[in-house]
Ligand binder design. Sequence first.
Ligand code: DLL
Length: 444
Amino acid sequence: MGAITANEIGGYFDAAAETMPREQLAELQLNRLRDTLRNAYDNVPMQRTRLDALGIAPDDLCSIDDLKHLPFTVKADLRDHYPFGMFARPIDKLARLHASSGTTGKPTVVGYTQADLDTWALLMARTLMCAGARPGDVVHNAYGYGLFTGGLGAHYGAERLGAVVVPMSGGSTERQVALIMDFRARVLCATPSYALAIAEVAEAQGVDLRKSALQVGLFGAEPWSQAMRAEIEARIGLKAIDNYGLSEVMGPGVACECPCQNGLHGWEDHFLFELIDPETGAVRGQDDDSEAGELVITTLSKQALPMIRYRTRDITRLERARCDCGRTHVRILRITGRNDDMLIVRGVNVYPSQIEAVLVGLPRLAPHYQLVVRRDGKLDRVEVEVEAQPAVAADNYAAIAREVAHHIKSLVGISTEVIVKAPGEIPRSMGKAVRVRDLREKGA
Ligand code: DLL
């Protein structure tokens, strides 16, 4: 893509908020944090019990720095108080519920008042504009609609921006390609893995998406590497923008890159971001932001589900220097992965995205892969299944596999068994891609 134009950078949805001087932002945050704590204390029995046990009253809060004395909230708290026990409003005061798929145990349920939905739409409109979308754009929304927050989150944000939203959801990929072309979509919202699946189907149909009207892609909901970004940008011919969020604190619209693509602006007038040491829970000071840690988020404006120091399990770094786009909010650097997805292979900690960074872009491989984790006695063993490009003869698969294993060993530092598969053999995702098949529990 070409150089960043002034128009791309200069587009603020909410200039006063996005470029607010830091001192003013700090004052706003403290006031909102007090209100949030009061809301949680008065209306969520579990939060009141926790704060009482620590001898903390909402009015004790003197500065944002006091945040570190507040207790963490974790995913298990939502499960333990399933379905509505963490809500600060009675169910008849809510306007919507969303829930995680809950692969293990009960799903986590999140609720919104109408005011929460309005804030969400506003922040998602801000996010879309930050990414480069503009009022009047056709926004092709391929995030899944339903209990997942991606589809409806992007939908209402696009409407609030004044864009024209095409509510596609995931699936019917051939139809997606046809409508992107026919409706002249300028913006594509999807998980990065699904964007790639759309590109692949388009190529198989002989459609060149690089000649479509698409210019901006808002991709998120799963970890993806810089290599994957380059691949998507080259194949679809758009600027691939990373956006981050999670249902427990809202959904998409928590943080988004601007066209500078150097970190995701976290909307600090509505959320507080901290980094902690995932082992000890100790807060990293602002001087240690360059060291990776677990992201902890506190909501500042949510009514139905105020979240105090929610441990996201997401590993990242923070950048506080001001961005060239003029926004003053902290930048969250690319999420390396989730703490739960970290593999420990012979003592080496590895995230799937590090392996992705090696695989994607290798000339004879397609950017589709899965990691299979097994246990050999006490040691974890990782098999890397990756697809060959269609032009590669099957006779070469074994030699390519040896070469790729060598690359992974030298760049990531772990020994893996690489299995090169024929085109189409790795399952394609319509939403969040399954990158790891963990067979350890099953004793395989
Ligand atoms: O994935 C919300 C979302 C929808 C974000 C659409 C962006 C776009 P959950 O299903 O609750 O919510 O999953 C949240 O997904 O804790 C991260 O582990 C991961 N995740 C989300 N965005 C990114 C990203 C939505 N840009 C969980 N990079 C989070 C890496 C991401 N991981």
